[in-house]
Ligand binder design. Sequence first.
Ligand code: ADP
Ligand code: MG
Length: 716
Amino acid sequence: MLELDTPVQYLKGIGPKLAEVLAAKDIRTVDDLLHYLPFRYEDRLNPRGIAELRPGEMATVIAEVRTSALFRTRRMPIFEMTAGQGRSRLKCIWFNATYMKDRFQPGQMLALYGKVEAGRNGELQLMQPQVEVLSEDGEPEEAGANLNASLEVGRIVPIYESAGAGRLTSRWFRRVIHAALQSLPPDQDDPIPAIVRQRLSLIPSREAMQKVHWPEAGESFQDLQSFRTPSHIRLIFEELFFIELGLELKRREQRAQTGIAFQLNDAARSAIKKILPFHPTAAQKKVLKEIAADMAKASPMRRLLQGDVGSGKTIVAFEAAIIAMENGCQVALMAPTEILAQQHYFSARRILEAAGYRIVLLTGSLEQDRKREIRRHISQGGAQLVIGTHALIEQKVEFAELGLVIVDEQHRFGVLQRFKLMSKTGTPTQTVAEPDVLVMTATPIPRTLALTLYGDLDLSVIDELPPGRTPIITRRITDDESDKVWEFVRKQVVEGHQAYIVYPVIEDNEESELKAAMKMYRQLSDRTFSELKVGLLHGRMDSELKEQVMRMFQKGELQVLVATTVIEVGVDVPNATVMVIEHAERFGLAQLHQLRGRIGRGAAKSYCVLMTGGKISEDGERRLDAMVRTCDGFEIAELDLELRGPGEFFGTRQAGSPSFQVANIMRDRDLLELAKREAAAVLAGPNNEVSQAEIDRALRHMRAKWPKSYGLVEVG
Ligand code: ADP
Ligand code: MG
């Protein structure tokens, strides 16, 4: 008998080699394998005889390969395969399918699913059918009528994404999953409390597992394809419920810790008034109030400050810093890049140093001696505001009295990294109290999603831009019209403004047709803009030079800045009014939005020019269209989420961790909210609906499941 946590390599037909292939898909145990759900289903209940097919219908046909060939017509290559059942024959046609040239061998059994059409001389054809090889020629136990009918035909058949570069086919998954299900242990006690199961009419897990892979004949086909059968709901809800349970527990534990009750006293109030270089917007006032109230509590703050690019988060962060510093505590401010850390440092000095606060910048590129000196300054409490990259925390800098940690996330830190950062702040050597944490993000996550996914954080939103901003005008243009663009840039610069010109790569390599930032820098500075002051900024420059270039651009000593995406995040030069992005089709939507966020920061009208060259994918078209259509970060985020999927959107993938097993944030929002509500209800404690024993069981299950399914280790 198998256990759910048995490694897959002990399953029949899987050895250590295949186990490795599966591990790349995050399938390690029997349980993982059973959570590898079909991405669609095919109705093969009634496979059809070729002779009975009618034009216009969609049909499943099980037939044997007879011949196949690739034809080149003037318009496109066409691949033709003739399949047979006894004496009947059926031609199958795929357009533009050179890659299928060697796909079939005579004698193979196929399942074909597609639209039946009448060909030129009246004979029936299957147009571009989906196809699956059911058995190879010469596999005696499976050939022809002995075809393993129970798995491939005469039922609703699950279709799995193949793995291992096509080596592990859908058919392969069907077999191993089928075998695993047969030896599955009977249901244990259900880890989801009875009242929750009742409220949501959840079916038992074992049954759900069976039916989600092998649906019964009566199952609604539409529910299957949309992941909304009772079996799907059970499995998806279960995953989300335990994640929400974990987040809710974490939240409660954090609340129970001892933090620092910061007072927004008169000193802090007047200090804030003094430093403000402008009238804060109503939204900025509102979030500061929320932050101050949270900081005043004795439990540690865990708050997400969300605001679109340019909405003015920095000054809010400085205000929070003042509250902590006026209460005698130190503040750490972490940025995702050195350039940003430097920029924060400059604005902090401009705004805060005048008021007498002691500010230091600690980055990796400083000399050892200087670093040591700064660290001593920090550990002895001399430095009040410490600005750096997140290496600041990873290098275990000792603080005398760390009271507030501000993380400027700006898209770069993934969710999981953020957890890591926070857990590291928990060990300042000389302080007992947990510091407050404020995470700033420009990722405009829809509110419901933010609440559920960042479920352990409270949320403050800056939902208006500072006054006097005119909307940015965005245009698409192909790069054969670049002369016009350069002329426009020149005009803006002559009027006293500045421009960014961004490229996707640094150096030219011969295979790529991309214009590299360096080469274009030479061309633009020597020829096109020979009369202008042009600078270059890219990630491989050493940080001193980077800093110098950035400062010159900030001061207006450079008029045009040719750059790679190092300027994507946070850079703030209000006088820059033009953003030209070459090969815009290569950039992600969030990236484009961030880049555009570098302009439109002052009162003057700003322009974003998306230059494209070469072929643009369908997704690329949608990204560019969205950019032209709207500047609304939320709208852009929704589309981005849709195009990229939640794993990439939230940056879980780049942190090397799996995202959800069966749930999908976009599709399953409704279940996510239900799961959050039910998790909170369960943790509210035993009552006449939930017993302590049930709560304990749920928590045990969550702890066992948590590290694997969400990559977060220290919970509870
Ligand atoms: P982000 O939220 O993207 O970090 P910043 O904090 O960099 O935005 O602010 C963007 C720009 O808007 C900065 O130049 C900042 O000085 C300016 N700014 C912020 N708040 C206001 C305000 N209330 N009135 C006028 N300008 C503001
Ligand atoms: Mg910022």
